[in-house]
Design a protein around this ligand. Structure first.
Ligand code: MEV
Length: 439
C-alpha cells in the first residue's frame, strides 16, 4: 500500500491512526495498542493535549523529576526537571546540596531586552530612505498601539525602533530593528504581531510619501520575525566559597587542588571548541530540563544560547571559573527568553504544576532559577570529570535502564542494585550478573 496520502490532516484521529498503522507497521494490533496505551484516560485532558499540535495520535512521555535544596538568593527551591537522561537530576541535587552549605547561588538579571526585525530591500537613494524613516518613525510606532497598549500597562512594549543599513552584507538590504520588553510573557506572538502590523504600515507609508526607487514597491519587505538571538536578555548566576571549604566528601583531593582543576577544565572549554560544546551541553542538561518542565520553547533557548557562546567568533564556554584571593568562584551568564504567562503555562496541567512548585515565578525569577540549574549541572559535571570521571556515577544511575533493557524481573533488580553498589557497572557485567542470578 502506498505511503503517500493527500488530505491526511482532514481525516479524523481514528482514521489517521488506521491509515498510519496499516501502511507502516507489521504487527498492526500491537502498534495500535501502543498508541492507545499512552492516551490519557480522561478524554478531555487527552483532547487538550491533542489540540496543542496537529495530527496528534498519542502522547510521548518523558519523566518529570525534582531536585530539592537549591538555595538561591537566600531562599530554598525545589527544581522540576524533565529529561530522559539518567544522572542529570541526581547531579543537580548533589550540586544543590553541596552549595546549600556554602552560601548558595546568587543571581542577577542583566537585562530582558528581546529583538524583532523587519528585513527589506530598497534600491533607491539611501538618504531618501533615512529622511522618510525619521519623518514616519512616530507614525510607525503609533500604528502598533492597539497591540502594545496591554503590554505597556505591564511594563513592556516596544523599547526602540531603528533603521539599519545592512548594505555591507547584502546589496540594498535594510532592517527595521526593534527592541522589545515582554513582561512575564516569552513574547513571540506579541513581537511577531507587532512586526507584521508595522511592516504593512511601512509599505503603505512609503507609497503615500511617494518614496521612489523606480520600482513599483519602493520598500520590498522579505519577512518580519523576532530574533531568537537575545544577548541582551541575559541572566548571571554565581557560586563562590573559601577554598578551604571546598573539600569533597569521599574524595582525597584537597580543596585547592580540586579548585585549580575545575578552573583548568573551564579554561580548556574557554579556548577549545570541541570541549566547549560538550561543556555547554552539560549546562544545557540543566537548562533544557527546566525549560521543558515550565512549557517554554527549548529550541529558541538552545539556538540563542549557542549563538551567544560563539559571539566572539569562536565557540566558547558559557561559564567561567577562577580563584580570587582565597576563594573559588564559578559563574554563568546566559541569554534566556522565558515566559511564565501565556503559551502552555496554564494549558498544560504539568507545566502549571511545575510553576506552582516554583512558587509561580515571574519571568525574571524563572530566568534566574534556570540559570542556576545550568550552573549547578556544569559544576556537577566538572566535579566528576576532574575527580572520579563521569562514568562511575553515570553508570550507577543508568543501571535501571540496563536492567530494563535486559528484561530483569523485580527480584533481580533489587539484587543487582545491591550488588552493583560496590561493583563497576557495564552492560556485560549486568548481563553476567542476571545470568548467574535467575531469581
Ligand atoms: C553529559 O550529558 C554531560 C557532560 O558530558 C558534560 C561535560 O562533559 O561537562 C558530562
Amino acid at each position: 500500500m502506498s505511503k503517500k496520502i493527500d488530505g491526511f490532516s482532514k481525516l479524523t484521529k481514528s482514521e489517521k491512526i488506521d491509515w498510519i498503522i496499516k501502511t507502516h507497521f507489521k504487527n498492526t494490533d500491537h502498534a495500535k495498542k501502543q498508541l492507545e496505551t499512552y492516551w490519557n484516560s480522561d478524554s478531555s485532558l487527552q483532547t487538550r493535549h491533542d489540540e496543542f499540535i496537529e495530527n496528534s495520535l498519542s502522547n510521548f512521555y518523558l519523566p518529570l523529576g525534582v531536585a530539592p535544596n537549591f538555595l538561591i538568593n537566600g531562599s530554598f527551591y525545589t527544581l522540576p526537571m524533565v529529561t530522559e537522561e539518567s544522572s542529570v537530576v541526581a547531579a543537580a541535587g548533589n550540586a544543590a546540596k553541596f552549595w546549600s552549605t556554602r552560601g548558595g547561588f546568587k543571581t542577577e538579571i542583566k537585562n530582558t531586552l528581546k529583538v524583532g526585525q523587519i528585513h527589506f530591500f530598497f534600491e533607491g537613494n539611501p538618504k531618501e530612505l533615512v529622511t522618510f524613516f525619521e519623518r514616519r518613525k512616530s507614525d510607525l510606532l503609533k500604528v502598533t498601539i492597539p497591540i502594545t497598549k496591554n503590554m505597556q500597562a505591564r511594563g513592556g512594549g516596544i523599547m526602540s525602533l531603528d533603521l539599519i543599513d545592512k548594505g555591507d552584507v547584502l546589496l540594498n538590504y535594510y532592517q527595521l530593528h526593534l527592541g522589545f520588553k515582554t513582561a512575564d510573557a516569552m513574547g513571540a506572538n506579541f513581537i511577531n504581531s507587532c512586526l507584521e502590523h508595522l511592516s504593512k504600515s511601512l509599505i503603505q507609508f512609503a507609497k503615500e510619501d511617494k518614496l521612489t526607487n523606480g520600482n513599483k514597491n519602493p520598500i520590498d519587505v522579505v519577512m518580519s520575525i523576532l530574533s531568537n538571538y537575545v544577548p541582551e536578555c541575559l541572566v548571571h548566576a554565581k557560586i563562590s566559597c573559601l577554598i578551604k571549604e571546598f573539600n569533597l566528601e569521599n574524595n582525597d583531593v584537597n580543596g585547592e587542588t580540586y579548585a585549580k582543576r575545575i578552573v583548568q577544565a573551564v579554561d580548556i572549554a574557554k579556548s577549545e571548541p570541541y570541549r566547549a560544546v560538550t561543556h555547554n551541553k552539560g549546562i544545557m542538561n540543566g537548562v533544557d530540563a527546566m525549560v521543558i518542565a515550565t512549557g517554554n520553547d527549548f529550541r529558541a533557548v538552545e539556538a540563542g544560547v549557542h549563538a551567544y557562546a560563539a559571539r566572539s567568533g569562536q565557540y566558547r564556554s558559557l561559564s567561567d571559573a577562577y580563584i580570587q584571593e582565597d576563594k573559588f568562584v564559578m559563574e554563568l551568564s546566559i541569554p534566556l527568553a522565558l515566559g511564565t504567562v501565556g503559551g502552555l503555562t496554564k494549558l498544560h496541567p504539568m507545566v502549571a504544576w511545575c510553576m506552582e512548585l516554583l512558587e509561580n515565578p515571574s519571568a525574571e525569577k524563572l530566568m534566574e532559577i534556570v540559570a542556576v540549574a545550568g550552573l549547578a549541572q556544569n559544576f556537577a559535571a566538572l566535579k566528576s570529570l576532574v575527580t572520579t570521571g563521569i562514568q562511575k556515577g553515570h553508570m550507577k544511575m543508568h543501571l535501571l535502564n540496563i536492567l530494563n533493557q535486559l528484561n530483569a524481573n523485580d527480584d533481580q533488580k533489587v539484587a543487582a542494585i545491591n550488588y552493583f553498589k560496590t561493583e563497576q557497572v557495564s552492560v556485560q557485567a549486568v548481563d553476567d550478573f542476571l545470568e548467574k542470578n535467575k531469581l
